[in-house]
Design a protein around this ligand. Structure first.
Ligand code: FE2
Ligand code: FE2
Length: 245
């Protein structure tokens, strides 16, 4: 087996990509392409498995910032770095800066729906319980104002979801639970810095957070995705998002 075939085990074959079912159910414009893709299978054509040469190659032992640099969507990349930098400039504790840096990590390259809950699970083995908790509950707290810290319902949500949108019952329940919790302010502070500053922010080098990550995120020595933690599969899915199974 040469290096090339090792990098791309299906080299020489046409590799078809099936989007994750969760991204194609429910009336997207492209509908459900599964049957049409499967109909294209023939000798020399396969369903993609392994590294996709269209994506940057990940290191063998990926670390947190590798996902920022090589996998996250451009908007999430800038949003997380900007939120964390604003929290840092405001003089907040490192645990809050770290929570800001991680809060939308599920949107980066995994799932948007219930992103706070997914994000909290993804990071739970590597951060304090409080940071994971803050990430989980920021999703619900975003919908509810808190005048004591100057947080009001986001203008962007009026645009995103319409003026009459009401979050579902579980979001209302979890926001109420968070408000009475001793870690409430850690999650609430995420929402204060959960703003899109694109027009005003300069490009941010993610390496500026290397030391804060070093103190607040336990990078597994095997690399994220390969440490046999209960969430390793989530990180592998971001490494190989186009695997058909
Ligand atoms: Fe969020
Ligand atoms: Fe956010």
């Amino acid at each position: 087996m040469n290096a090339m075939s090792h990098d791309h085990p299906q080299a020489g074959l046409e590799r078809l990509i099936l989007a994750p079912p969760v991204a194609q159910v429910g009336g997207t414009a492209s509908g459900d392409p599964e049957a049409a893709i499967l109909a294209r299978l023939k000798p020399g054509t396969v369903l993609m498995m392994g590294d996709n040469p269209a994506l940057p190659k990940m290191p063998a032992c990926p670390r947190l910032l590798d996902f920022f640099k090589y996998r996250f969507t451009d908007i999430t990349f800038r949003h997380l770095l900007t939120s964390a930098r604003k929290a840092l400039e405001a003089g907040l504790e490192e645990k809050v800066v770290m929570a800001c840096l991680l809060h939308d990590i599920a949107n980066g390259c995994l799932l948007r729906s219930d992103h706070g809950y997914w994000g909290a699970q993804m990071i739970a083995p590597y951060v304090t319980e409080e940071i994971a908790w803050a990430v989980q509950y920021h999703q619900a707290l975003r919908y509810f104002a808190d005048d004591s810290v100057g947080y009001s319902y986001p203008e962007s949500y009026v645009r995103f979801f319409g003026p009459d949108y009401q979050p579902p019952e579980y979001i209302q329940r979890d926001a109420a639970h968070a408000r009475g919790h001793r870690w409430y302010m850690s999650s609430r502070l995420i929402t204060l810095f959960d703003i899109y500053f694109f027009e005003t922010s300069d490009p941010i080098d993610p390496e500026m957070f290397t030391d804060i990550i070093g103190r607040n995120f336990r990078e597994p020595k095997e690399g994220l995705g390969f440490d046999r933690s209960p969430v390793a599969h989530m990180w592998r899915t971001m490494i190989w998002p186009n695997n058909s199974l």
